[in-house]
Design a protein around this ligand. Structure first.
Ligand SMILES: Nc1ncnc2c1ncn2[C@@H]1O[C@H](COP(=O)(O)OP(=O)(O)OP(=O)(O)O)[C@@H](O)[C@H]1O
Ligand SMILES: [Mg+2]
Length: 281
C-alpha cells in the first residue's frame, strides 16, 4: 500500500557563498584581487539533516526565525531546488525521480508569488486554472467562493493585480493555489504582512481547507500564536536543523514551569535563545 503521507528523510541542502569584501575598509584594486583569490567559501547549511512526516489531513507547522531555512525547505519539497542528499516522498512518489507527478499533487503559496501584474486577478486566476484543465466558468465560480471565504471583495476581481494591496494579492495567491485542489499544500508564511483581520480570515480558511478535501498542509511561520492554534504538529527550525518537534501541547510541556503559564514563545526562546518578536520584518 502507498503511504498516504509526506515523508522527508535526512534532507540536506547547503549553499556555498564567497565571503564578501570587508565593508568598513577601502581596498585598492590590487588588494581586492588578492582578497578575491584568498577568500574562503562559506558553507551555509540552510537545511541540515531534516526528517519528519505529515499524515493526510494534518496541518504541520515549521516555526523559525529569519534565515533559519524555512523557505529553502519549502522550495525543496516543491521541486524548485534539488536536495544535496536525503529523500522527499509523497504517496510513494519521489520528489526528484517523479517530479512531474509530484508537481501535479502540490501547490505552493509564497510572499513572492508571481502574477501578470497588468492583468486582473480574475484573468490571472482563469489563466492558471486553464493550465490545469479547468474551464473559465468553473474557475471563476470556484475562485469567487474561495475569495468570499478569504474576505476578499469580489467586486475588485477585475482590477489590475498591480493596483491591489499586498494582502489582497496574497489572498489571490492562496485562491490560485486552491483552485486545483492540491493534496499537498505548501504555505510559506501565508499571513506575514497581513493586517489583523486579513490574518484571521486567512487562518480561518487554512483551518477549514481540510474539511473540503483530503490534503496535507505544510506551513511556515514566525507567529507563535498562529502555529499554536492552527497546527497539529510543529517543528522548530534553527540554523537548518529541527531542534524540537511535537504537538503544541507536547512542546509546551517540555519546558519546566514555576507556576506561570508557558507559551510556545517561551519554548522557542528557551530552545533557540532567540526572540522572534525582534527579527520579524
Ligand atoms: N539561493 C541561495 N543561495 C545562497 N544562500 C541561500 C540561498 N537561499 C537561501 N540561502 C541562505 O540559506 C539560509 C536560509 O534561508 P531561507 O530563505 O531558507 O530562510 P527563511 O527561514 O525562509 O527566512 P525568512 O524568515 O527570512 O524568510 C539563509 O542564510 C540564506 O541566506
Ligand atoms: Mg522565508
Amino acid at each position: 500500500m502507498m503511504p498516504n503521507r509526506l515523508i522527508v528523510d535526512r534532507l540536506v541542502k547547503h549553499f556555498h557563498r564567497k565571503q564578501p569584501y570587508p565593508q568598513n575598509i577601502q581596498l585598492t584594486s590590487l588588494q581586492k584581487i588578492r582578497h578575491r583569490l584568498r577568500r574562503k567559501k562559506e558553507v551555509i547549511k540552510a537545511v541540515d539533516n531534516v526528517s519528519f512526516q505529515v499524515a493526510m489531513g494534518e496541518i504541520y507547522g515549521i516555526l523559525g526565525a529569519n534565515g533559519s531555512g524555512k523557505s529553502t525547505l519549502i522550495r525543496l519539497i516543491s521541486t524548485l531546488l534539488l536536495p544535496d542528499s536525503g529523500q522527499i516522498s509523497f504517496f510513494g512518489y519521489d520528489v526528484v525521480n517523479d517530479s512531474f507527478k509530484f508537481r501535479q499533487m502540490i501547490n505552493r503559496v509564497s510572499v513572492e508569488a508571481s502574477f501578470f501584474k497588468r492583468l486582473s486577478s480574475e484573468e490571472n486566476l482563469i489563466h492558471s486554472a486553464r493550465l490545469y484543465g479547468l474551464s473559465a466558468r468553473d474557475a471563476r465560480e470556484k475562485a469567487e467562493k474561495i475569495l468570499v471565504r478569504l474576505g476578499f471583495d469580489s467586486t475588485r476581481m477585475d482590477e489590475m493585480m498591480e493596483d491591489l494591496s499586498r494582502g489582497m494579492q496574497q489572498k489571490i495567491a492562496i485562491a490560485r493555489a486552491l483552485l486545483t485542489s492540491p493534496i499537498l499544500l505548501l504555505l510559506d508564511e501565508p499571513t506575514t504582512g497581513l493586517d489583523p483581520k486579513s490574518k484571521r480570515d486567512v487562518q480561518r480558511f487554512i483551518s477549514e481547507i481540510r474539511e473540503d478535501h483530503d490534503v496535507v498542509v505544510l506551513l511556515t511561520t514566525h507567529d507563535m500564536v498562529e502555529a499554536e492554534t492552527l497546527c497539529d504538529h510543529i517543528s522548530i527550525i534553527d540554523n537548518g536543523k529541527f531542534i524540537a518537534t511535537g504537538t503544541p501541547k507536547e512542546l509546551i510541556a517540555q519546558i519546566s514551569t514555576q507556576g506561570d503559564k508557558v507559551t510556545l514563545e517561551d519554548v522557542f526562546i528557551e530552545l533557540t535563545g532567540k526572540d522572534l518578536t525582534e527579527d520579524v520584518e
